[in-house]
Ligand binder design. Structure first.
Ligand code: UD1
Length: 342
């Protein structure tokens, strides 16, 4: 069975390909344009799994080039659509780049899904669609508030696009997965986030500070109304996120779905403060982290974590990795990159 992965060289895409190879006999076709990744991801996947996947260098904004992949690979049974820009701050500075990339790519993928009769699609969404939440934990039925960034808005619109599209295409089904904070690296330490741009997320910032690539970490505010004053997030290991995609696609393929387009949170359900994350890193790595308390970051919300009952009930999914595993794997990956000079 053929499965198309967009953004397959990216952070979550590459870990999902590993999970698919190790748990199914699906044949993978990957598309990426390496705007924030590189072809080397496929070498790392091969090193971990022993398998080389088929891949294309295609920009999904180019409909003709995208269609060519579908023409060359008839009978695709499912699409996992990861490819998108994801840096919140960058999206505030360059909003049109985000609308242009994230929405046109999705539109083209949906056009191809209909034209080439691909019955199933998984859409990468984000907890940022909830905006500034008031009630915790958030469930899939929590009200979506105003988006805090163009990035978050592309995910709100993306979910609506998928919904509208699935409604008028009788035979097609979809799941939007709302990721909380994916972190960590493959447990082997041989694959992880390999952005070509400067990190803007907490865990790469921690590991790059510890290894000496960055001078120090600034904790963005310790005057929030949380247990130690720093922001609370729901960090989830990237391989747990990856595994949920395999289960979600199997669920769609098996055909007994309650809704033609369903929405599912992916988080561990555990709220962790920035200081707790730093403490976990120091404990598992044995490194002392150079950090200071700074001002709040604009657009940050005080706390968000998931109610993940639906993922457990619908997909029979459970997270396998805890905060220590997340930090240790991220640290292994950082050291691996240092040793191998990439
Ligand atoms: C945001 C989005 C999330 C998206 C992710 C992708 C929201 C609510 N969440 O996550 O949906 O998938 O970006 O990039 O919009 N921090 C520091 N110092 C640092 C970096 C971060 O203290 O140098 C703190 C932040 O204040 C925050 C936590 O660490 O409390 C996590 O930050 P980050 O990793 O950037 O993720 P979010 O902003 O939660």
């Amino acid at each position: 069975m053929k499965i198309l992965i967009t953004g397959g060289a990216g952070y979550i895409g590459s870990h999902t390909i590993i999970e698919i190879i190790q748990n199914t006999n699906w044949e993978i076709i990957s598309i990426d344009n390496y705007s924030n990744s590189s072809e080397e991801a496929y070498d790392r996947i091969e090193k971990i799994t022993g398998k080389r996947v088929k891949y294309y260098n295609v920009d999904l904004k180019n409909l003709l080039a995208t269609e060519k992949v579908f023409n060359e690979n008839p009978d695709i049974k499912g699409i996992i659509h990861f490819a998108a820009f994801k840096a919140v701050g960058e999206s505030v500075e360059q909003p049109l780049m985000y609308y242009d990339n994230n929405l046109n790519s999705l539109s083209n993928i949906l056009k191809c899904q209909a034209k080439y009769d691909v019955p199933n699609i998984i859409f990468s969404s984000s907890c940022s669609v909830y905006g500034n939440v008031e009630e915790l934990p958030v469930t899939e039925n929590s009200k979506l508030r105003k988006s805090e960034s163009p990035y978050a808005y592309t995910k709100q619109i993306g979910e609506v696009m998928v919904d509208n599209f699935i409604k008028v295409n009788e035979e097609l089904k979809a799941i939007s997965l709302r990721y909380f904070n994916p972190v960590g690296a493959h447990i082997s330490g041989l694959n992880g986030e390999s952005s070509t741009t400067k990190p803007n997320n907490l865990v790469p910032f921690i590991t790059q500070t510890a290894i000496g690539k960055l001078e120090k970490l600034t904790v963005f505010g310790n005057d929030y109304d949380t247990k130690d004053g720093t922001c609370v997030r729901d960090y989830i290991h990237v391989s747990d996120i990856a595994n949920a995609h395999v289960l979600a696609l199997k669920y769609l393929i098996d055909g007994v779905v309650e809704k033609k387009h369903d929405i599912i949170n992916l988080g561990t359900g555990v709220g962790v403060t920035v200081i707790e994350a730093i403490n976990a890193f120091e404990k598992v790595s044995g490194e002392k982290l150079n950090y200071e308390i700074g001002n709040r970051r604009e657009g940050d919300i005080a706390a968000i974590y998931a109610n993940n009952d639906k993922a457990k009930e619908t997909l029979a999914w459970e997270s396998k990795y805890n905060l220590d595993d997340m930090m240790l794997s991220a640290w292994k990956w950082e050291k691996y990159q240092e040793e191998n000079k990439f």
